[in-house]
Design a protein around this ligand. Structure first.
Ligand code: F6P
Length: 457
């Protein structure tokens, strides 16, 4: 392997530059050239093929900062369509012109699907990332739990057979994805700050967090001690929620509810998808589960409850919603993410160098040894029909009755978060947040600097 390409696809995370950095360091050690492709798969389809030499003379370019969120290569949700022959021919021609011997795609499940057809042309490896923490398996046999069930009126729907009751931490394939820990850090900090306003003003705070169909971010929010956690995997029981919130309000005159954006009602309808839109990869874009939940709860609690508890405002005025949004995806990655992201970047280089293709670099957990690096064939994540499903929070991690993290959920989170923040993360806040230089100097965008390095074929 003399020359490897690398790209970042899908939604950004804070740890992408750290993964690229790990790949560059390993490539330097192995004397491999690393070429960054701009804007994910869109760069490979662009006739000019914008790219950047990331390690000229086997030294990382100074623009690559593993402590900075986002990606210096840019990202997009443009995916290759394996059924479009033109796409593949274009990519094959571009890969040849760039003289690439392999490709590293940093991404999630959509990125694996885009990688699959390219793996027929060129060895490809995935370095995982996603704040949703949904790339991986709870146990190796999990994809086989998906079946095709007949649909009324013809055709079929993909359904999951009831899953097993228990699972083991050591069996998880890809324990955590880079970006997840930082997203939870942002969420936990936000909840801590929102809590005091809810407490002072006697409000019910509904905090909506990302994660699409997977409730891992909502689960991690448990570190901020929200009163209730609602995850997409467990249908909402409005009566149970109303009773618990009323009880909490009576007790402490406020409540904090964390809601995963993909949460569903008892009929399986997504609360945040009243008018669903889809991104180019076909992923649903949620419009606001928190707002819908606030409406539902205000109606089900009614105004009288609040009058009785001497809040002289109607139910709806006693609630506020806060969507944490894209702050979850940005900023400095915390130590856990930086460390494991760069390890995975290095592992991706090693996998290609040892002749692997269509493989995913993974982080495994072992109760004796802690975290180790490994890999798995991409196809192992697919069900019988070739589909990759987002990894869901396993029922054993969530206590649906208390609407809280379960004991096993706690066991899952501890290895990730116990030492997730480094001293340097704290020091970075102390020294950089109110740096006088920020007042006198304009923001220097990496896009401006990297543009000076872009080459075209
Ligand atoms: O997959 C990552 C993610 O942040 C999801 O949690 C969220 O639903 C989605 O991306 C938002 O995507 P976009 O930035 O395209 O709106």
């Amino acid at each position: 392997m003399k020359r490897i390409g690398i790209l970042t696809a899908g939604g950004d995370t804070p740890a992408l530059n750290a993964t690229i950095y790990g790949a560059v360091e390993r490539a330097n050690a192995l004397k491999i050239e690393l070429i960054g492709l701009q804007r994910g798969y869109a760069g490979l389809l662009d006739s000019r093929v914008p790219h950047v030499y990331l390690n000229p003379l086997f030294t990382a370019i100074p623009e690559l900062d593993p402590c900075k969120g986002g990606t210096l290569l840019g990202s997009s949700r443009t995916y290759l369509d394996a059924t479009v022959v033109d796409h593949l021919e274009l990519v094959a021609a571009h890969v040849k012109k760039l003289k690439l011997d392999g490709l590293i795609c940093i991404g999630g499940d959509g990125t694996i699907n885009g990688m699959q057809p390219i793996a027929e042309i060129l060895p490809c490896v995935l370095a995982p990332k996603t704040i949703d923490n949904d790339l991986g398996l709870n146990y190796i046999d999990e994809p086989n739990e998906w079946i095709h069930a007949p649909k009324a009126g013809g055709g079929f729907i993909e359904k999951r057979v009831p899953t097993r009751d228990t699972m083991r931490l050591d069996d998880i394939i890809n324990y955590a994805t880079p970006g997840y820990a930082t997203a939870v850090f942002v969420v936990a900090q936000s909840i801590e700050r929102l809590r005091t306003t809810a407490e002072s003003h006697r409000r019910i705070a509904i905090v909506e967090v990302m994660g699409r169909q997977s409730g891992y971010i909502a689960l991690g929010a448990a570190y901020a001690q929200p009163d209730i956690i609602l995850i997409p995997e467990v249908p909402l029981d409005l009566n149970q929620l109303t009773a618990r919130v009323t009880q909490l309000y009576d007790l402490q005159k406020h409540a904090v509810i964390v809601v995963g954006e993909g949460v569903r009602d008892a009929d399986g309808r997504e609360l945040g998808a009243a008018m669903p839109t889809y991104d180019p990869a076909g992923n649903i874009r949620y419009s606001g589960a928190g707002d819908t939940l606030a409406d539902m709860l205000a109606k089900s609690m009614g105004d009288d409850v609040f009058l009785e508890m001497r809040s002289f405002e109607p139910a709806s005025s006693n609630m506020f919603t806060r969507k944490i949004g894209h702050t979850q995806r940005g900023g400095r990655p915390i130590l856990f993410d930086r460390f494991h992201a760069s390890q995975l970047g290095g592992k991706a280089i090693d996998l290609l160098a040892s002749g692997e293709s269509n493989e995913i670099a993974t982080i495994q957990y072992n109760s004796d040894k802690g975290f180790t690096l490994s890999s798995i064939a991409a196809n192992k994540l697919r069900d019988q029909w070739g589909e990759i499903h987002p990894r869901e929070v396993h029922p054993s991690m969530y206590d649906a009755h208390r609407m809280q993290l379960s004991e096993f959920g706690m066991d899952y989170l501890k290895p990730i978060f116990t030492n997730a923040i480094g001293l340097d993360d704290v020091e970075a806040i102390r020294t950089q947040m109110f740096s006088a230089g920020s007042l006198s100097n304009r923001y220097q965008s990496v896009n401006t600097d990297i543009r000076k390095r872009i080459r075209y074929v």
